[in-house]
Design a protein around this ligand. Structure first.
Ligand SMILES: *Cc1c(COP(=O)(O)O)cnc(C)c1O
Length: 349
């Protein structure tokens, strides 16, 4: 049986691909003599890989970064001569074989990973040096290990822990990375994420790895004038109701009407990534007018006050999703705001 297409979704996520492309070009320009790559892990930071890849490729991005091997096919479908680096590296032989078969390049993170790669036949790889985040990467005092000298290292990487702050850790990590460089005969060097790009030319090396700022995130004030919003969220009004003084709203009745109040029930909930933390301070908008959130966010719905706003059932209301502002309102990081977005949105670009 062939089913008809489902009706249009009551939730929309609009991806401004012109803004995305402009953000990549801005970050590439801000990277100085280095070339900007693009972190597209986690489904293009939640926006949808099929929406972000064409825009990034047309802007000129050629180096793509994902975390998992499972993310490779979706990126590969779009690339044409571009390179894909897999940040988690190879943890077993089947991943190494998959790397060979697809041409995606592992970022090796430990002596053990180097061994797995070499035992599976080796070939071009990247190497992550841990300069102080203590996450993935080879320790600086392990860099003399002969195993590493047998690798065919394309790019030597490290990752900054606190680039979004004026922390002395930034210069310290950059120094540790610089000390690692002469020990290898690598073609390229890469240190900076989005925030790292704003730290200046000492941090740029050959390839930068922006993620967040491509998608509208502003991790440092220096980037704010260069970065545009990319993700726009809209949810439809499912029902309007008129409450009397004393009526309670939502689970656990955490909000109660003090006077007659008109409310709208919107098709957006925590299953869509609109977490409960939006409840206290949050609001949506309709034609630029504020619709304060009342009570708890449910799995599939949120209730707003529309007493002073002309709203009809079926109208779409906008979520305030400029990331720096939304981050303050929802008390979520700009990264979380993007990567929590669920699968029920109609993603349009
Ligand atoms: C996710 C990630 C990036 C991108 O960082 P942003 O802060 O999103 O710009 C760069 N490098 C590594 C190793 C990462 O894991």
């Amino acid at each position: 049986m062939t089913l008809p297409d489902p009706p249009p979704a009551t939730l929309r996520l609009r991806i401004d691909t012109d803004a995305l492309a402009a953000n990549w070009r801005a970050l590439d320009r801000l990277s100085g003599s280095a070339e900007a790559g693009a972190a597209v892990k986690a489904d293009g930071y939640g926006l949808g890989i099929d929406h972000v890849m064409p825009a990034l490729l047309s802007a000129g991005a050629r180096h793509f970064f994902v975390a998992h091997w499972s993310e490779v096919p979706d990126v590969l479908r779009h690339t044409d001569g571009a390179t894909i680096a897999v940040l988690h590296g190879v943890t077993n032989e089947s991943e190494a074989n998959y790397a060979k078969a697809t041409g995606a390049i592992p970022v090796l993170n430990s002596l053990h990973q180097a061994q797995i790669w070499l035992e599976s036949g080796g070939g071009p790889c990247h190497l992550m040096v841990d300069s102080g985040i203590n996450r993935l990467g080879v320790e600086p005092d392990q860099l003399g290990n002969p195993l590493l000298q047998r690798l065919e290292i394309d790019t030597l990487l490290s990752h900054l822990a606190s680039a979004d702050e004026d922390s002395e850790q930034n210069a310290r990590q950059q120094g540790i990375f610089r000390q690692a460089i002469p020990q290898f005969n690598t073609r390229k060097l890469s240190l900076a994420n989005s925030a790292g790009i704003a730290l200046g030319s000492d941090y740029h090396f050959d390839i930068t790895r922006p993620g967040l700022s491509l998608y509208g995130g502003v991790p440092r004030a220096e980037l704010s004038e260069h970065i545009q919003q990319v993700a726009y969220l809209e949810a439809a009004v499912l029902q309007l109701r008129d409450l009397s003084a004393g009526d309670a709203v939502g689970y656990n009745a955490t909000w109660r009407a003090e006077r007659s109040t008109r409310v709208a029930v919107l098709s957006l909930g925590y299953a869509d990534g609109f977490l409960r933390s939006w409840g206290a301070e949050g609001a949506l908008q309709h034609n630029g007018q504020r619709l304060p959130i009342l009570g708890r966010v449910s799995m599939d719905m949120v209730i707003v006050d529309c007493s002073d706003v002309e709203v009809q059932e079926g109208d779409f209301c906008q979520v305030i999703y400029g990331l720096p502002q939304a981050s303050k309102i929802a008390e979520l990081s700009q990264y979380e705001l993007l990567t929590v977005l669920g699968s029920r949105f109609d993603r349009v670009s």
